[in-house]
Design a protein around this ligand. Structure first.
Ligand code: IPE
Ligand code: IPE
Ligand code: MG
Length: 231
């Protein structure tokens, strides 16, 4: 079966999942962190090269302070519990987004996981955190402009060269959004130009190996034409 090289997931529905169970929203985020483990291990086993997970958007700072504080603690809880398993499974952790706005201990825990797993050669697990696609594109343009001013680059640019100025240079093959919303919410605007899109009603805390397999099977059935004709 044709397995997507790069999968991106908008992990949505933690709050609604918790509310439906009479639990605080934070319980949904906690359960959602367990789903990250399950899905990363399974994507690795399926031979996916890169899994990009939207964990915190540049707009999520608008949420109540106590929820934001809890979300800042989640990377610590997650890596404390699962870093050994990620190592055993040869998974390499990376991140995309501006870490500077997070408390120092949150930044450190992420940088430590990146460092510890940097030699691993299996799945790249990329956590998009304080990530926004518009911010990413603006930063890429600023970086390019600096290179032009310093004359390390000429004033012309191909699409492929521009990709390398982004936090995530790869094309996304499959984009999944859980929990029923039919929108992109400022995720990977450049990289999803030709991605296959799957919107599932399943809330992120309930997403699992079978759901991922269903998405991969659906992807394999799609006829990706990239503007050309069916091969
Ligand atoms: C996704 O779940 C997690 C984050 C955005 C951090 P939500 O917290 O958005 O859950 P819903 O959409 O309110 O149910
Ligand atoms: C998108 O979900 C961001 C993440 C999953 C991290 P949101 O719940 O923030 O998106 P909207 O507000 O429903 O568009
Ligand atoms: Mg949401």
């Amino acid at each position: 079966m044709k397995v997507p090289e790069t999968i991106a997931i908008i992990m949505d529905g933690n709050g609604r999942w918790a509310k439906a169970k009479g639990l605080p929203r934070t319980a949904g985020h906690k359960q959602g962190a367990d789903t990250i483990r399950t899905v990363a291990l399974h994507a690795n086993a399926r031979g996916v090269k890169k899994l990009i997970l939207y964990a915190f958007s540049t707009e999520n700072w608008k949420r109540p302070q106590d929820e934001v504080s809890f979300l800042c603690k989640l990377p610590g809880l997650f890596f404390n519990r699962f870093i050994k398993e990620l190592m055993v499974n040869n998974i390499r952790v990376t991140f995309a987004g501006e870490l500077e706005r997070f408390p120092e201990d949150t930044q450190n825990v992420i940088l430590k996981a990146v460092d510890q797993t940097s030699a691993n050669t299996g799945l790249e697990l990329c956590i998009a955190i304080n990530y926004g696609a518009r911010r990413e594109i603006v930063k890429g343009i600023l970086h390019y402009a600096e290179d032009v001013v310093s004359q390390s680059r000429k004033n012309d640019l191909t699409e492929e060269e521009f990709s390398r100025y982004l936090m995530i240079p790869e094309e996304v093959d499959l984009l999944i959004r859980t929990s029923g919303e039919l929108r992109i919410s400022n995720f990977l605007l450049w990289q999803i130009a030709y991605a296959e899109l799957i919107f599932t009603p399943v809330a992120w805390p309930d997403f699992n190996e079978e759901e991922l397999d269903r998405c991969i099977e659906e992807f394999a059935k799609r006829d990706r034409r990239f503007g050309g004709l069916t091969s």
